[in-house]
Design a protein around this ligand. Structure first.
Ligand code: NAP
Length: 343
């Protein structure tokens, strides 16, 4: 019998309202706005950052009309519907709260904030204001993630026993790089580890127990962390992150009847293979996302999803709830404390 994977349920980019985006930061925002303009009806209309020349060049590159002098000016701009926060992690809470206070929907780069407490504060403020607050965990909005959700919901791989996922890379020590700077939220866990931890959460929810070991670098920045998460169902997740080695960037979900392997890098548009049985009886089917020439074009999917949720009057993402966002930050809090040695 041929094995078949369900087709992803994709939201048509032309079916959602064309929102006007105000952008804070011009670094990863460069790729996000390029993806937005190439693959969606969403439009960046205003930008602010620190360096006036770089910000003006960003605006010219992307056809953004207005360069604004401050975050305060951007969030209060009546021509802006949604604020995209893409500054270092330490600024996410303050800038997201400013956008929410101005009545704007907000997409906050990952991680949504520096801790579970901050994530709770931001998401609660969004709900109270009746605006959509979403962490830019773009993986959740990729078609492959919808295929995975359908496979899991159908029980095709049986009871889930194990999730494995990793993301890390070798980044030579440079005290001026934000990933090595403790005052900018440096460390592997908040920047890269958030992806495997969020992947585990998307399959298994919040864990009952977190065990983490790792290694700290200068200033207490977490350089490596390996985590084992345990769940009431008996399932476990084994996750790794690193700033000192190039990890394979794969993810798998293993169940009693089979498994799903997500291609590398699992957090971006890649592929998904379902395997059932074993030995001579093994059967598999693969779904491949071949829409894009470059990885970050996949950032467009989260923007289309965002606009569809705004149209539906939602204050949180149905595939990445605020509880889920906070739960991931809780795991990061515990793992960072364990690696620092104060757990
Ligand atoms: N989804 C993804 O694939 C992805 C990829 C990379 C990063 N990220 C996330 O995006 C965030 C930013 O990462 P990055 O790599 O882009 O960082 P980055 O290269 O350090 O760039 C930070 C940007 O924020 C701006 N900025 C800094 N302080 C500011 C302030 N006080 N007010 C306004 N703008 C300010 C900087 O402006 P100037 O340049 O003008 O100084 C710069 O444009 C991080 O949270 C990271 O986790 C996501």
């Amino acid at each position: 019998m041929t094995l078949e994977l369900p087709a992803p349920r994709v939201v048509d980019a032309g079916s959602v309202p064309a929102l006007r985006w105000g952008v804070v930061g011009t670094s990863i925002a460069d790729r996000f706005v390029a993806a937005l303009h190439a693959h969606t009806t969403q439009r960046a209309v205003a930008v602010t950052a620190r360096d006036p020349e770089k910000t003006a060049a960003f605006a010219a590159r992307h056809g953004v009309d207005r360069v604004l002098p401050s975050v305060a000016a951007l969030v209060s701009d009546p021509e802006v519907d949604v604020v995209y926060v893409s500054t270092p992690h330490t600024l996410h809470r303050e800038q997201a709260l400013a956008a929410i206070a101005a009545g704007k929907h907000v997409l906050v780069e990952k991680p949504i904030a520096m801790s579970a407490d901050e994530a709770r504060e931001v998401t609660a403020a969004g709900r109270a204001a009746g605006v959509l607050v979403m962490e830019a965990m773009w993986t959740r909005y990729l078609p492959q993630s919808d295929v995975l959700r359908q496979v899991l919901a159908a029980g095709t791989i049986g009871d889930v026993h194990l999730v494995t996922a990793d993301f890390g890379f070798a980044l030579p020590y440079d005290p001026s790089h934000r990933l090595w700077d403790p005052t900018l939220g440096g460390g592997a866990l908040l920047d890269a580890g958030v992806y495997p931890i969020s992947f585990a959460a998307s399959v298994l929810g919040a864990p009952d127990r977190v065990v983490a070991e790792g290694e700290s670098g200068p200033g207490g920045v977490d350089v490596r962390a390996d985590l084992m998460l345990s769940y009431g169902s008996g399932a476990r997740a084994l996750l790794s992150t690193s700033l000192s080695s190039h990890l394979p960037v794969r993810a798998s979900v293993v169940g009693s009847e089979g498994r799903v392997d997500v291609g590398s890098p699992f957090f971006g548009p890649s592929s998904l293979t379902l395997t059932l049985g074993g030995g001579d009886d093994e059967r598999s089917a693969t779904w491949t996302d071949d829409r894009f020439a470059s990885l970050h074009e996949g950032l467009s999917d989260q923007a289309t999803a965002f606009a569809s949720y705004v149209a539906e009057g939602r204050v949180e993402s149905p595939v990445h709830t605020h509880d889920d966002v906070v739960g991931v930050m809780q795991v990061i809090d515990e793992a960072r404390a364990a690696v620092r040695g104060d757990a």
